[in-house]
Design a protein around this ligand. Sequence first.
Ligand code: PLP
Length: 389
Amino acid sequence: MNWQEKIAPAVATLPPSGIRKFFDLAATMEGVISLGVGEPDFSAPQRVIETCVRSLEDGRTSYTANAGLAELRQEIAAMLQRKYGAVYDWQSEIIITVGVSEAIDLAMRAILTPGDEVLIPDPAYVAYPAAVTLAGGTPVLVPTYFKDDFRLTVAALERVVTPRTKALLIGFPNNPTGTIMGREELLAVAEFAKAHDLIVISDEIYGELTYTGTHTSMAALPGMKERTILLNGFSKAHAMTGLRVGYFCAPAEVAAMMNKIHQYAILCAGVTGQYGAITALRECDADVEAMKAEYNRRRQYIYRAMCDMGLPVFEPQGAFYIFPDIRVTGLDDTAFAEQLLQEEKVAVVPGSAFGEQGRGHVRCSYATGMEQLQEALRRMAAFVARHRA
Ligand SMILES: Cc1ncc(COP(=O)(O)O)c(C=O)c1O
């Protein structure tokens, strides 16, 4: 069989994730401290674990409704209203997915036809452009800049919007930069979306992890619910990455279409994780607060450490990443990451893995225990000092 001829061109030409490449290399080496991973170093809250274990012991191992457990959807609706002022009908507008990852794919497949363009702020989470391409659309990257702390501006959006633009796919608090968008800034983006009649897909998976102010949900802005597909999940704030529970909220017309793909492709999210997620929402606010306080402590520490190294960097306000400019070392981001790994056994991700605007930066995650973080930063400081000289 000549597989090269058989594989769909859109898949064959898709570049592999630049993040994974680095993990794979780091995994072959001894004594590496990884600031590369985008997942919490904590386990899920103990009560979530107990609920999952109990649900298995009670023999709850069957499918759920395609849309997910009713109780979970009800809890999500209540939480979104309470925390963000976003009002959704749990029966027709909320569907449980296998992480936000599935929800991104469903959204793209439900709305795109060939020739449709989707605006994505650059740098971006690696799955966004890939999901657009796989659904037959064209990703159009919208530059964001270090001078603006990588916030998305309407001026940049206006430069790239065309009559073929169908949607805007954003993720704030942001991976990889740690940027948050304030209410005023989001309002401006919302007005832009309305003016151009765009769908907004808003990935708010890091919404709980903001360290200054509170998160504003795109879906709660005036007039935005009708054109927004809101994505969120339990992987980050609740440290439940491996349980694979996420959800989307959308107007009933589009939710039903996304649910059709979900029915055929996935059937339903795993039942064990769904039970865990109910407990996460009902009983685990204090656990989330404690993890968040610890991330905040590390955030302040890592920001100071990077400043002390002489790396230009802005203070991240959300998620658990920091995105310094490393060009003072005379290295580009890929060489920096490769040599830092070889010479000091610290893994970071080259910024260019997230888009052109990430070039010259590296993404460091502080979802790593404080001692490990301190040691990694000592090694990195030595590396930077050596290469600057
Ligand atoms: C911005 C963003 N969206 C979505 C995901 C995937 O989340 P999930 O585990 O819910 O699929 C990640 C994971 O790193 C992420 O950073």
